[in-house]
Design a binder for this molecule. Sequence first.
Ligand SMILES: [Zn+2]
Length: 369
Amino acid sequence: MTAHFTVLAKDSVSKARLGRLVTAHGAVETPCFMPVGTQGTVKAMLPRDLREIGCQILLGNTYHLYLRPGHELIRELGGLHRFMGWDGPILTDSGGYQVFSLGAMRKISEDGSCFQSHLDGSSHLLTPEKAVEIQEALGSDIAMVLDECIPHDATRDYVLSSTGRTIRWAERCLNARRKPDQLLFGIIQGGLFEDLRRWCAETMSSLPFEGFAVGGLGVGEGEARLHRIGAFTVDLLPQERPRYLMGVGRPQDIISAVRAGFDMFDCVIPTRNARNGTLFTWQGKVNIKRAEFAADPRPLDETCGCYCCRNFSRAYLRHLYVAGEILSSQLNSLHNLYFYHRLMDKCREAIRVGRSELWPQWNEPGTAT
Ligand SMILES: [Zn+2]
């Protein structure tokens, strides 16, 4: 049952683990970061380049692919791997988070989540069974149960009833699954209430999921609560299954969560920031738009080995951004994803070697010159 995940080593000074997750499209070394491929593409990145920077696994968005081009079409064309030219592992979300972010355009009932398409206004009902059906049609290696991502300021009554429904939806997803080679992860909700997180984690852990995710964090609750609830919840999950912190986050959040015992991460920050000209370096964040870079011949990060830093100057990257060139998004995305993957390399190395001084350091306010 749990042979798909092996804990290879445990850190001596934190709760971090080094692991290996085996999927139908290959193995993933954890802790790992999953770039977000919203519409069957990680924006501005060729699959070939994702491979080259060491990307092991991608995240695909069920909501977007269901609405366009449609999961049946993708199934007919051989599944999402063939469709997008990526033969490595893919995790798909359930669509629940995108429906959550639509706010007023959706209505949740026991049956499922009724929402209007952001594309044409058409009405759709996303049930737990439908979420499983869509993800099976896409053919992802890891599917997620349908859940409700609860706003961080929700009342206790709301969190209680919503979390109960998320648990019932998770059981319906298990009953609906038809593909034994697709792993299915349960999602822990419970808002900012420790007793509700415990109830959800313990109930989900008693169900035959191949992994568990913690959702509903990184949605505006603030850094202190994110770290506190995240660390509290991950401690309640089985040691022998992978644990995924959904949608988080910044480099310092990931380092902290790895040390708390999380194994998997996804976030749009590296790619979205790249397209906005905000770049991660080991000296801090760099805003490439700034005039001070107009004639700067140095690479973005002199310690970075990515294609962007090996071949281009800050002056050129700033020029591409200011001129609105497509290559700006491509080079910036390549660099930021390279940075995130080296960040995960460093975390894995620190656990493997067991030396606390090897943990990567990152401070958000630090801004390089
Ligand atoms: Zn670079």
